[in-house]
Design a binder for this molecule. Structure first.
Ligand SMILES: [Ca+2]
Ligand SMILES: [Ca+2]
Length: 436
């Protein structure tokens, strides 16, 4: 047996024995994660102690839960029982070690949660590398299991391991996130599932969610590549970031759903949540992408026939709502939006800081005055299957003059991934708006 293989076998044996003794490999990465607290030296002991418990809880927890639905709907309606936590189940540790080997990460780097979590975010999806799960966002799940039907990560990891690495069918974001939670917890890295409502997908690194309209304000479907998902589920893992300036240790976004490739393969993170909050999108990894998911402005662009482009409308607060995780020790939803976004004024500074690193750096401040506001109000909890949806569009003139406006509206059917299907109703109404 070659020397490398012998060393690998020995290491696996040690790890499996360690796991049998402690129930998990939580001590494996503990040295590096505990150091993470020291980096954040400006915080109180109480805060550190609470986080210490939270971190421990996010290794040992038996159950994980991903919240789904829409930002405006009651959580109980949209919630889905997540994967029963699998890190202690039979063959799951073996499957995780199999993944580490498959990722071809040098054994000396197995102690580095930055490298391991980045590798796991690539290997949990099948794209590029025949990783654990094949994504399927269609209506047909023939030949596999529907993403909504799984009840645990253990079943998925065992199937993958026992077939020597045949990708398992099928996943969407919450399945990828559930399996990532199990794998990283099993390897001793504190990890939790996080749901972001109205989650943007910025395809051109502009750090804005862009909607392209023609001269008549009709949607240019072929040119509008950015989209907004009703919800998206990713992970956060706790670790130090000795590779970054102080203050960026702690929770890091790790996302295994294949959306955009990063340095040549479909993976995302670890991205410091603190860097996202401050708009420091120059800090690695994939901070511009995560920033746009939670904090991009939605900008409507009008493309004129002479080639000029102008901003017609900007929505500053629609992307990134009710960012949620499950409490340690109970099923309560914990709102962690404040970890991703500063209070209003500082948040604007973060958005403008981030945009300077984007592909449209001269975007701010927006050129036009905005004294007519538009608000869309849904009746009750929003649309329900089989019932009429009622909504009002309220225009308010905040200027001191009468304004003439054209209201163009279009109601469309949309998948939760932001993909548009059909137009339900569309109209263009001229309106005179008096001032108060
Ligand atoms: Ca992959
Ligand atoms: Ca964009």
């Amino acid at each position: 047996m070659p020397r490398k293989e012998r060393r690998l076998k020995q290491k696996k044996k040690e790890l499996l024995e360690a796991a049998k003794g402690s129930g998990s490999l939580s001590s494996w990465f503990m040295t590096s994660t505990t150091d993470g607290q020291r980096v954040e030296s400006n915080r109180s002991d109480v805060e550190i102690e609470t986080e210490e418990e939270e971190k421990e809880g996010n290794i040992e927890a038996q159950v994980t839960k991903a919240v789904q639905g829409t930002a405006s709907q009651e959580m109980e309606e949209g919630e889905k029982e997540g994967n029963a936590e699998a890190q202690f189940e039979e063959n799951v540790l073996e499957a995780c070690l199999f993944l580490l080997e498959k990722g071809q990460v040098a054994m000396t780097e197995w102690r580095d949660p930055v490298i391991v979590s980045r590798m796991v975010s690539a290997l949990v999806n099948s794209t590029d590398d025949q990783g654990v799960l094949i994504g399927n966002w269609s209506d047909s799940f023939e030949g596999g299991t529907s993403p909504t039907a799984w009840s645990g990560s253990g079943e998925i990891l065992r199937q993958y391991y026992k077939s020597s690495g045949k990708s398992v069918k099928f996943a969407q974001c919450w399945v990828y996130a559930g399996v990532t939670t199990s794998v990283l917890r099993c390897l001793g890295i504190p990890t939790r599932c996080v749901t972001n409502f109205s989650s943007a997908h910025d395809t051109d690194l502009s750090l804005t969610t862009d909607i392209d309209l023609d001269e008549k304000l009709e949607l240019l479907k072929d040119e509008t590549n950015d989209s907004v998902w009703n919800f998206h589920v990713w992970n956060e893992s706790w670790m130090t970031r000795p590779d970054l300036p102080p203050g960026n240790g702690g929770w890091q976004v790790v996302d295994a759903t294949p959306q955009e490739s990063s340095q040549g393969s479909y993976r995302c993170g670890p991205t410091p949540v603190s860097a996202v909050r401050n708009g420091q999108v120059n800090l690695k990894f994939d901070t511009p992408f995560v920033f746009a998911e939670v904090n991009s402005d939605r900008i409507y662009w009008q493309k004129n026939s002479d080639g000029s482009v102008s901003q017609v409308h900007v929505e500053k607060n629609c992307i990134g709502q009710r960012i949620s995780t499950k409490a340690v020790g109970s099923d309560t939803r914990v709102d962690i939006t404040h970890l991703y976004k500063n209070p209003e004024e500082e948040e604007r500074i973060a958005v403008e800081t981030a945009s300077r690193f984007g592909s449209k750096p001269t975007l701010y401040p927006p050129p036009t005055e905005n004294d007519v506001t538009i608000e869309i109000i849904m009746d009750g909890a929003g649309p329900c299957i089989g019932e009429d949806a009622k909504l009002s569009i309220v225009l308010t003139n905040k200027s001191s003059k009468q304004r003439t406006a054209s209201l163009l509206y279009e109601v469309m059917v949309m998948y939760y991934t932001g993909v548009l299907k059909d137009t339900v109703k569309k109209d263009w109404i001229p309106i005179d708006l008096k001032f108060d």
